[in-house]
Write a protein of this length. Structure first.
Length: 267
């Protein structure tokens, strides 16, 4: 794949042998046998660059084709994913996932979109109008609430994708982009913006915990921090950690709503 990448400018829809190799690599993503990125025991994210390159090369070697689904027509270089019933995935009309994404058994796709290279874990709910971008990694038993945007990344190939840990709950209209990370069991209230420049702040101490990383088993909500500029004082976005849960502690959504509403947030 690295050798093909070096001569990518030569490739096109007529490159049959190369296309077969590229589709075989992307097929590993589609089946879940391989992942674009993985989190190691030390918590570090390892990006499998050759697989991201395979995704990019797939666009080079694929021609635009027309597909019809009922009354709908599509014209794209990549096909949609198939075989949901056999994979044990529930897909509501209006949902779509591109071939080359993986959807785990027991997952539910409401009218939503999952892009190529993404990995969605077993038992995860992708709720209405939520988007899982290219190569994003979403764990098992996660709930992506309505309108959530999980940003994608393809270029540069070595860039780390967004990673959402198992059992996380992401509130409505949250935007998580540019390789930001949400830890296992974490909860984000509606409307949070998280990227590698956004401070994550402890509400009790006022200390900045990280940039773009919400620790495991924390409850956070969108807030602002005051900053002085030449033109005045302005509030810049941050994520405020308002509660720390015990590891493995699971709350009902009603309990989580109560926690967030104490601080003017919600799910």
């Amino acid at each position: 794949m690295d050798a093909l990448w070096e001569r990518r400018q030569e490739l096109g829809p007529g490159s049959r042998d190369e296309a077969a190799l590229v589709r075989a690599a992307v097929g590993l993503l589609d089946s879940g046998e391989a992942r674009v990125a993985e989190v190691g025991a030390d918590g570090a994210v390892t990006v499998n660059e050759w697989l991201k390159r395979a995704v990019l090369l797939l666009f080079k070697v694929s021609a635009v084709e027309v597909a019809e689904v009922g009354p709908f027509e599509y014209a794209d270089r990549l096909p949609l994913k198939h075989g949901f019933e056999a994979a044990g995935v529930r897909v509501v009309p209006g949902a779509s996932a591109r071939w080359g994404s993986f959807i785990g058994r027991g997952a539910v796709l409401m009218p939503s979109y999952v892009n190529i290279g993404a990995w969605v874990g077993p038992g995860t709910m992708v709720d209405t109008w939520a988007t899982v971008g290219s190569c994003a990694q979403v764990g098992a038993d996660v709930h992506l609430s309505g309108g959530v945007g999980i940003g994608g990344v393809l270029e540069p190939p070595q860039a780390a994708p967004v990673v959402i840990g198992d059992q996380a709950l992401i509130g409505s209209r949250c935007m998580i982009t540019q390789g930001a990370r949400v830890g296992t069991g974490a909860v984000l209230g509606e409307g949070c913006i998280l990227n590698p420049t956004i401070p994550v702040v402890d509400a009790e101490s006022g200390e900045e915990i990280s940039r773009g990383v919400v620790p495991p088993w924390c409850v956070g909500l969108g807030a602002t921090r005051q900053r002085e500029f030449a033109g005045g004082t302005f509030g810049l976005p941050c994520v405020l950690i308002v509660r720390r849960l015990e590891e493995g502690q699971r709350h009902s959504k009603a309990q989580l709503e109560d926690i967030l509403r104490e601080h003017g947030g919600g799910l």
